[in-house]
Design a protein around this ligand. Structure first.
Ligand code: SAM
Length: 226
């Protein structure tokens, strides 16, 4: 679904971002967030990479989780802080204005789950590698990472159609925001390279969207405290 290309434009208006991305994705992105929250374990500690306005964090808190999120954009973080007040999320959701490159502020083995929706497609190759290495570090053994994002379709024909339908929107978005997004080519391979074991990998939306769940193995000797 090429409408995700517009997300860089929609992000410039954090107050209407959730409504607009939900409309643009025909309700799919909110449904995916609900699905992630419905499968969360009450009482678990969650770190959200690129939490935006905190829509998913709010759902996770309602499911009984304790969420810490961070986002590069001060205005998205401002909207998330407004949500904490308006939805009475209190201490159950804390948010930091920080980028992936500041993930060393989060302690080793201190989260049960790391989540991220529509963020990895905005990162450079180096940022994704750094984010995955740090997600691995901050997760407790047996903890999991869930990434939901745009991906490149597997068949050559679908990939071609996807990039053709994306191209005009991509150009328009770049002209307005000087920023772009890239569907993920091999997120399963990147997760594996970071040490995770990939479990569920559910594709949808014409093979151009994926929800990937991967686990940090419980018995990683290199990850035990010194
Ligand atoms: C499309 S929005 C998605 C927001 C939220 N995850 C959601 O699904 O509602 C992408 C978010 O990722 C954030 N972001 C992009 N690159 C980032 C980085 N390197 N570190 C932290 N946040 C980042 C942006 O500021 C933006 O809020």
């Amino acid at each position: 679904m090429f409408s995700y290309v517009f997300m860089k434009i929609l992000e410039t208006r954090p107050r209407s971002y959730d409504r607009n991305i939900n409309r643009a994705s025909l309700g799919k992105i909110r449904a995916i967030k609900r699905q992630i929250a419905n499968q969360a374990t009450p009482g678990s500690k969650v770190l959200e990479i690129g939490c935006g306005t905190g829509e998913l964090a709010g759902m996770l808190v309602a499911a009984g989780c304790n969420v810490e999120g961070f986002d590069l954009s001060p205005s998205m973080v401002g909207a998330a802080r407004e949500r904490i007040k308006s939805e009475g999320l209190g201490d159950s959701f804390t948010v930091h204005n920080a980028g992936v490159d500041s993930m060393d502020i989060f302690a080793d083995r201190s989260y049960d789950t790391v989540v991220s929706t529509l963020v990895f497609s905005e990162m450079s190759d180096d940022e994704r590698r750094y984010a995955l290495a740090n997600a691995y570090r901050v997760l407790s053994p047996g903890g999991k990472i869930i990434i939901a994002d745009e991906v490149s379709p597997r068949s050559g024909v679908l990939r071609f159609l996807h990039s053709m339908t994306r191209a005009p929107a991509l150009l328009g978005t770049y002209l307005v925001t000087s920023a772009t997004t890239r569907p993920l080519d091999d997120i399963a391979g990147e997760l594996t390279a970071a040490g995770f074991v990939v479990g569920k990998y559910a594709r949808s939306q014409g093979d151009s969207f994926a929800v990937v769940v991967a686990v940090k193995p419980a018995g990683d000797k290199n990850d035990e405290p010194a």
